[in-house]
Each structure stands twice: as structure tokens, then as C-alpha cells.
Design a protein around this ligand. Structure first.
Ligand SMILES: [Ca+2]
Ligand SMILES: [Ca+2]
Ligand SMILES: [Ca+2]
Ligand SMILES: [Ca+2]
Length: 428
């Protein structure tokens, strides 16, 4: 068992709160900090909270002006702090700013346990952003009294500096690890790099986590001692929730007819632990399309229970023509954010109907007209036989819908009789 006191406290707190609202993403910008300064735990508080996550810190004052710290600090330094500390640049991200302004965290792997982020409740993380601090960056770039210059004199040494991010569930079992190389000289020398901007790191592979630890390792060691300065900088941890959506609620025919001038109706299904009122409506996008106002109300979104489970759902309307979707797609993805910044994603199966693909089988059958490029207006000619214009082109299918829209913009009307011509199921 590696459950810490803090974690135990948070576990008890979570139980007492029951199904709490989803959490604020830690971005460190909620921490009070004078400009061009940092916090390193010198108040002895043992850590800090940002959003709904707690970050550990162990600080020791050895006397005579000598201090040490482990775990996490936070900072908004844009350049090396003055006066210089024993380890110049330890509190400064190499970027000179946060990924989200202005504060960011700095982790240090020391002696008192790994830098650890403890979440107020188990959640799925989507991503976080990482970079080097100045101390580690310049040590690797140039070498210093302890550590080698990465690549060595020849530049050929296959050096590396690795951040290993490990998730733990409520029972403190590992949920997996994510590796992120803060420097990597193992490949072609032209591709060797030391990270110097905020890199987005996908954390979704960790699954649902209660706690996350951060460890560092390097190619440059003496025995068990790592010579590379054991720092990393971190910002903007984004949780995510996967929600259930239903294209055409109560309708199992998932046809999405891009040739239609109509409206696609979609429901985001609420649940006992998910209140659809928490959704930031203006952030939502379905296949790049923003929801449109519903009817004449001017409102985006309607809250009602569409599936009779006594949980309020969110009904949205999208213009079919706004959807940016490949003909071969089999799913439409809704993305957006909750009001607290949590990323929201949901997908539902869809059969995409493009002009010329009237039966949704992905095939453009019945070659009555062959077009190999988007025609110029002056030469635009569309033959219509029996009221049905079928088209065959050698373009990649993903281009078909966009090309057809271009045709439509030339006022070429394609008459197509399908049962999906008019979407009638969006009356609310
Ligand atoms: Ca920030
Ligand atoms: Ca190399
Ligand atoms: Ca449906
Ligand atoms: Ca419902």
C-alpha cells in the first residue's frame, strides 16, 4: 500500500461528497502568485491544490541559507530568477511562460517520494502539457559540472531524458504508464531534440485514475545517481468525460444525408452522474459543425428527456451542410467542454449519405457521368437521367462530399430521390 495520508483524506472526502460535480482542471492559474515569482514549499504546508488536484511538496531548510525541496513547486518566472539560486533556472520553464498563462508547475524527483498529483475523485485524464525547465535544458544542451552534454563531443551519443507518468486507481493499483521523452538523441542526429516548448501529452491511456506519479530517468548516470537535473515543467491537466450521444434520438436509422439541406438532430444523454446542464453549449462541435439555433427561438440546445429514463438530456440541431465528414466515416464525434473545462467527447454510429451514394453503401454505383476534377462554372454540366444524377469520380472518397458541395455552390442542382431527402424527425 502506498496510500498517503493526503490520499486517504481525499478518499474520505470523496465518499462524503457522493457524486460530486466534475472537477476543475488543474492549470495552476488559480494559485495566488506575484508576478515573476515562485512557490517552493518554504511555508511548510506540504503541497498545494490547483483545481481539484493536490500536488505534494517536501521542503527542508538546512540552515545557513541552504534549502532543498522535492515534489512540486509552482512558478510564473519568465526568465532565470534573480538572485541566482544554487541551481540556476530550476523554477523557470524553458518556454518562459505557462501553457496557460501565467502559472505552471515544476516537478523535482528527489528523495522524499515522487512528485504526485492526487485527484479529488477518480477521473479520466485527456492530456497535460510538459516541457523542460531551464536548468535541465541547458545542462543537456551544454553539459555542466555534473552532467554530460547530450550527444557527447561527436553528437552521436544516443542520450535520452525520459518522463514516466504512472496512473493509480482508488485501490492504488497501477493503471498503466505513459512515456514522454523530454530529450531524445537516439535517432538520426538531424532529429535529435531537447523539448523547449509545451508538448501535449496524451494521458487517456492511463484510464480512470485517482493519483498520478511522475518519474525521471536518463542515459546519463553514475551508479544509481542520475546526472541530468531531475526537473520537468508541467501545465494544464485536462480531464475528460465520455458521454453517450444519440444521432436522431429514438430513431435507429442513423442515416446522415449530407445532400440534405435539413437539420441533423442529436441528443446528449444525461445520467445519474452527468448533468447535461454542465455542458458549455458554445464549445460544442459535431464533425467541425457548431450547433445551430433551434427553430425561431434563437436558443442553442433544448433540455428534455428524450429517452424516458427520467434523466434530462440535451437536444442539439446541426445543419447537415456544416458537417465536415468523410464519405467513408462510420461515426460522428461530438466534442466540447463542460463549464468547468473538462473535455467532453461522445460518438455515435452513422451511415453517411453523399450525393451519388444514394444507398449509403460507400460505393458510387451506376456511372452515368464521369467527372475527374471539379468543373469550371463555364463547363459545368450535369446530366440528369430519370431525375437521378449518379456520379463516379476517381477522387478519394473523403474528397467527394467537399467536391459535391463545390458543385452545389455552382448552383448545380442534383435531384436525388431518397427517403432521406427530407429529415422529418427533428420536430421537438
Ligand atoms: Ca497555467
Ligand atoms: Ca542521434
Ligand atoms: Ca439514433
Ligand atoms: Ca434521458
Amino acid at each position: 500500500m502506498r496510500m498517503s495520508f493526503v490520499t486517504t483524506m481525499m478518499f474520505v472526502l470523496t465518499l462524503s461528497m457522493g457524486l460530486a460535480a466534475l472537477a476543475d482542471p488543474p492549470d495552476f492559474d488559480d494559485l495566488p502568485l506575484a508576478s515573476e515569482s515562485y512557490w517552493n514549499g518554504s511555508d511548510g504546508s506540504g503541497g498545494f491544490s490547483s483545481g481539484s488536484a493536490f500536488f505534494n511538496n517536501s521542503f527542508t531548510d538546512w540552515g545557513g541559507g541552504v534549502i532543498s525541496w522535492d515534489g512540486f513547486a509552482y512558478s510564473n518566472l519568465t526568465q532565470e530568477e534573480t538572485p541566482p539560486t544554487a541551481m540556476p533556472g530550476q523554477y523557470t520553464a524553458i518556454t518562459g511562460s505557462g501553457q496557460t498563462p501565467a502559472n505552471y508547475a515544476v516537478g523535482y524527483v528527489g528523495w522524499a517520494g515522487l512528485p504526485t498529483m492526487s485527484l479529488a475523485q477518480p477521473m479520466q485524464l485527456d492530456r497535460a502539457y510538459f516541457t523542460n525547465n531551464r536548468s535541465a535544458y541547458y545542462s543537456m544542451l551544454n553539459g555542466d559540472g555534473f552532467a554530460k552534454q547530450f550527444g557527447g563531443p561527436s553528437g552521436d551519443d544516443p542520450d535520452w531524458f525520459l518522463l514516466t507518468i504512472e496512473g493509480f486507481d482508488q485501490q492504488q493499483n497501477s493503471t498503466g504508464t505513459v512515456d514522454f521523452y523530454l530529450a531524445d538523441y537516439r535517432g538520426d542526429n538531424n532529429l535529435d531534440y531537447i523539448v523547449n516548448d509545451w508538448a501535449r501529452v496524451d494521458l487517456s491511456g492511463l484510464g480512470v485514475v485517482q493519483e498520478v506519479t511522475f518519474d525521471l530517468s536518463s542515459s546519463d548516470n553514475i551508479g544509481d545517481w542520475m546526472n541530468t537535473p531531475a526537473y520537468f515543467a508541467m501545465d494544464t491537466v485536462l480531464p475528460r468525460i465520455d458521454v453517450e450521444i444519440d444521432i436522431k434520438p429514438r430513431n435507429n436509422r442513423q442515416m446522415v444525408n449530407l445532400n440534405s439541406e435539413g437539420v441533423l438532430r442529436l441528443a446528449v444523454l444525461g445520467g445519474e452522474d452527468f448533468d447535461v446542464h454542465e455542458i458549455d453549449l458554445l464549445s460544442l462541435k459535431l464533425a467541425d459543425a457548431e450547433p445551430r439555433a433551434m427553430g425561431n427561438s434563437g436558443k442553442i440546445g433544448l433540455f428534455k428527456d428524450v429517452n424516458n429514463d427520467s434523466q434530462t438530456d440535451l437536444v442539439l440541431h446541426f445543419n447537415m451542410g456544416d458537417l465536415n465528414v468523410a464519405a467513408e466515416a462510420t461515426e460522428l464525434i461530438l466534442e466540447g467542454f463542460l463549464n468547468d473545462g473538462t473535455l467532453l467527447t461522445g460518438g455515435d454510429s452513422a451511415t453517411i449519405i453523399c450525393p451519388g451514394n444514394v444507398n449509403g453503401d460507400g460505393q458510387l454505383g451506376g456511372a452515368l457521368l464521369e467527372i475527374t476534377a471539379i468543373p469550371e462554372p463555364s463547363v459545368c454540366l450535369l446530366l440528369s437521367l430519370g431525375g437521378l444524377a449518379l456520379m463516379k469520380r476517381r477522387r478519394a472518397k473523403s474528397e467527394e462530399c467537399a467536391s459535391i458541395r463545390a458543385l452545389r455552390s455552382l448552383n448545380v442542382m442534383i435531384q436525388q430521390r431518397t427517403s432521406e431527402r427530407h429529415e422529418n424527425d427533428y420536430s421537438s
